[in-house]
Write a protein that binds this ligand. Sequence first.
Ligand code: SAM
Ligand code: SF4
Length: 475
Amino acid sequence: MDDVAASQEASLPPGLAPGTGKTFYIETFGCQMNVHDSEKVAGVLLTRGYRPVESHEEAELVLYNTCSIREKAAQKVFSRLGALRKGYRGSSKIVGVLGCVAQQEGEEIFERAPQVGLVCGSASYPRIAELIDKLEQGQRRVTGLELETEDCFETELTRRDNPFRAYLTIIEGCDKECSYCVVPMTRGPERSRPSGRVLEEVKRLAGEGYSEIQLLGQTVNSYRDPSPARLSFAELLVRVAETRGVRRVRFTTSHPLDFGPEIVQAIESHPAICNQIHLPVQCGSNRILAAMRRTYTREEYLEKIDCIRSSKRNISVSTDIIVGFCGETEEDFAQTLDLIERVGYSQMFSFKYSVRPKTAAGGWVDSVPEEEKSRRLTLLQERQRQIQLAAHQDLIGREFEVLVEAFHPKLGQSAGRTTCNRTINFAGRPEWTGSYLKVRVTAAGPNSLVGEREDGNFQPLEPASNAPGEDCHGS
Ligand code: SAM
Ligand code: SF4
């Protein structure tokens, strides 16, 4: 959520002056896909004349876009609703619950939180305008809970919250059946957007000044072009990178099953495709991978890593890991520790296994006690911290091109991101934000780097098409 930097009103479309219509406020929980879904829902509201406000107190329509991937995430929304219930008894404010909790809890949300008027899962977002119509016409409770759909959520307008980087969902839903995961049940079956529509949107975004495009999907590399062009995911990546004005392309999340050498070749073929792959492994033990129904073995996963490592580009690999899954022994966990050592991930998102209702594993014994999960998580994170610190120390003295994403006035620092998705903080200026600058690394921490601009004379680089990547510098 660090991306949500720009003022909401900054991206109002022409003809929609602030001050018209009703007010809305959206709070988003969870992943980048949720953040982007909220941007699209906000776009729908803006085209209907709604105006964004900065807090739920001011808003006539309050929407919570929710996440239920782990129990704690799901609980958050109910605590928000509990707080609202006290404050707004009898008010005309409309409250809506969107996303994964909406899909999973359905109409029960109305029982738990009577002030809620709208419950809508992401597979029903194509109907969100119609649902809002019904609310405006005075209907007290409306739902969008159908899951079987072939539609993607297309909007006339998307209110993007970051002025330089645009998220773009190319595939919705998930057809994998990981035993621990709610996503196939909360987001529905896989649906890919036609490549022509994706490329049109990229062209428009580049024209509007977005120089970094991030392609999104729960399993982004399972993309199947439904149009006659039948572009593969790797071909689509290259076509996005070739778009004039696009300087960086990222994509997340890749599923190991559908990951092949053609993606590495695509990265090698075009400098605008970033040196970064997010390839969640979840666990290092074959026994547990099988129980998780991840569809690959440790050895198969490591072959994919070898393919990435043999690239002439220096590609960073990040991952997700779950510790304490049903039946995970100390030996299974030791294999996870061994795997992170072997791969040398640039970043890791790690979680304690959380039992989720209606999943296959939800019916199994959650055998690892909570304290043991915490112990394993701490050990894993400490090891990863050391791996990252050592990798970052090796970068001291090297120069990287960064996209400057933020300026922190209190520190007088700009923060930029390398092609490998590493953050470098350096003495900066507010007007540098949005530019591509060369920065030399002077110090390293486990999570970020410190650097300095080589040349103090600021020369903003145009977000021109297809600037060279950083292969020559490594990282
Ligand atoms: N589609 C992506 C993939 O296959 O790797 C993952 C999407 S999921 C939104 C993000 C991460 O949440 C997963 O990679 C997994 O590590 C974690 N996760 C999912 N279900 C979980 C659960 N029940 N308990 C703990 N972590 C979970
Ligand atoms: Fe969940 Fe597995 Fe689909 Fe990822 S691939 S969203 S972990 S079911």
